[in-house]
Design a protein around this ligand. Sequence first.
Ligand SMILES: Nc1ncnc2c1ncn2[C@@H]1O[C@H](COP(=O)(O)OP(=O)(O)OP(=O)(O)O)[C@@H](O)[C@H]1O
Length: 671
Amino acid sequence: MRPGEGGGDTRRTAAGQAMVELQANASAAGGAMVVGLSPLSETLWRDSKALPGAGASALIGDVSARLTWKDLSVTVALGPGKTQTVLDELTGYAEPGSLTALMGPSGSGKSTLLDALAGRLAANAFQTGAVLLNGRKAKLSFGAAAYVTQDDNLIGTLTVRETIGYSALLRLPDKMPREDKRALVEGTIIEMGLQDCADTVIGNWHLRGVSGGEKRRVSIALELLMRPRLLFLDEPTSGLDSSSAFFVTQTLRGLARDGRTVIASIHQPSSEVFELFDMLFLLSGGKTVYFGQASQACEFFAQAGFPCPPLRNPSDHFLRCVNSDFDKVKATLKGSMKARKGTVLDSGGSQASFLMQAYTLTKRSFINMSRDFGYYWLRLLIYILVTVCIGTIYLDVGTKYTSILARGACAAFVFGFVTFMSIGGFPSFVEEMKVFQRERLNGHYGVAAFVISNTLSATPFLILICFLSGTICYFMVRLHPGFEHYIFFVLNLYASVTVVESLMMVIASVIPNFLMGIIIGAGIQGIFMLVSGYFRLPQDIPKPFWRYPMQYISFHYWALQGQCQNDLQGLVFDNQYPDQPKIPGDFILKYIFQINVERSKWIDLSVIFSMIFIYRILFFLMIKVNEDVMPWVRGHIARKRIQKKDSGPTFGKTPSLRGYVVDPELGPNES
Ligand SMILES: Nc1ncnc2c1ncn2[C@@H]1O[C@H](COP(=O)(O)OP(=O)(O)OP(=O)(O)O)[C@@H](O)[C@H]1O
């Protein structure tokens, strides 16, 4: 039995079994029914733009996707006046029910061709030529076509079933009954052969989960939920051992046999994997080397004088040989390009409402955090440990003369270093950010739902962490006695930790890279700490830049100002010498710590809460800017570069295929 399988969830197992039977019945009936769905869902299923055609039969016929591309060229802008032709006048097609392999040496343009066909080229890349869907020019978008990237961006703490289940809730229409969504999830699990690991977690750095091949299949399953008619996969077998690669490709072949059009870029498949492909598009230096039946490629190469030696893997052989018989391919294709005009594929993003998205994202994020040892449990432990250390060092700090500095240092450490530890949540934010980008819950609502869910899901954990560690610290150090002072201390701690989290999320939205994000986050916080008023007194901090505006945008400054007031105001301290009068806290605040006692500590706290709000808005805006504005800016810059290049000298032209001499044993050499 696999970990997590348990055997307790008999209902699910029964549902799975039912789906197998239903699928078998459906196949027996020629695939004429949409398996396991109620009449309402069946109608929704057929009517919905996002769910075009489920099951084998629905895909074949008027909703099938026939993709053709003609004289497709892609040029990328590399720098001022520098461009590169990555794809050079490629022509080809992909039929419904077929599995097409895009093959070629590294850098030959496989991923670029896949991106161009899927309509997701980088902003600095420009495409000419036509990509036709069922004989018409159409923008391929989410829902009509699915794209599985090389990276499996999944949440490591969720099981396979949960991962697919949440994705279904996030994207399928609210009107579809839950049981039908569940049936669809179970059907997809079966379709992708994931039954055995359905209750196993995906896995992450500290959690052993499903295998690499199973992860790939989960990524494909997530895209299949929307029943796309066209499926693009970028190197679906990369990083897999030969048996996993075979199984993944076999699954893709099964999906193609259900009437889908499946196109996958693949580097160097084994002969068994290669045999599973129907069509082969072989590229070299951005040009077509071979396009046709994969099974006839060996013969084609043999006729051209490059027979595949016995026992050699055909794909190895093809990659070594380069054939320039492009005209023949073009002629073969001429007829197929005149295919009758068919249905325009509808596009559509998530069909779930804003509330459903916000609710599902919050629940999923909450479950993820509660299972994520690093984000929550380890952090809780370290917070408690550190606050016990603080409590021991400043134990019963008292009101002696030396306690004045001790109280200030204690506050600076708690609101500087302890809140700084919130940076530990960054890997979790990056993971969620990447999953969000894969899910493409586009539009203002999708982004708003993501931002809200992030805030809501983290709140209970942060409250608990701050309540526990704040209470330990407050009572061990014996800070200013009184309920109001205790509550202020805990709230100030909560606000400070949350504001750091919010800042880190803004950083994650711009730089979704663990190491870089943590270094940048640590740097920003270090600077904020420096101007907090503890390391240099507030009025001594140089005015331009450091005081205005840096000090005022540093949340450490507001947290420390508030806490010092909370801790010292109303207390009386011993003087340096016993014969001198006692020193009131207000005097210390005003003349030693240079704190404005006229301003209420609650105002300081409100400023931090406002900062949390501002950071969340900034988080929303950054995602929108990244989604909507940045591609436009990059595209504009690249266009300018290409225009400059066109009027200047030529650089970086891809070498012509005709410039190659082919040695059947050694492969191509440039002459
Ligand atoms: N947006 C881009 N900007 C700059 N160069 C690009 C861009 N897209 C592709 N290229 C260049 O085009 C060439 C082909 O890249 P592509 O990723 O399509 O190749 P590939 O065949 O998929 O390679 P691999 O098998 O190594 O992934 C490479 O030299 C790459 O650097």
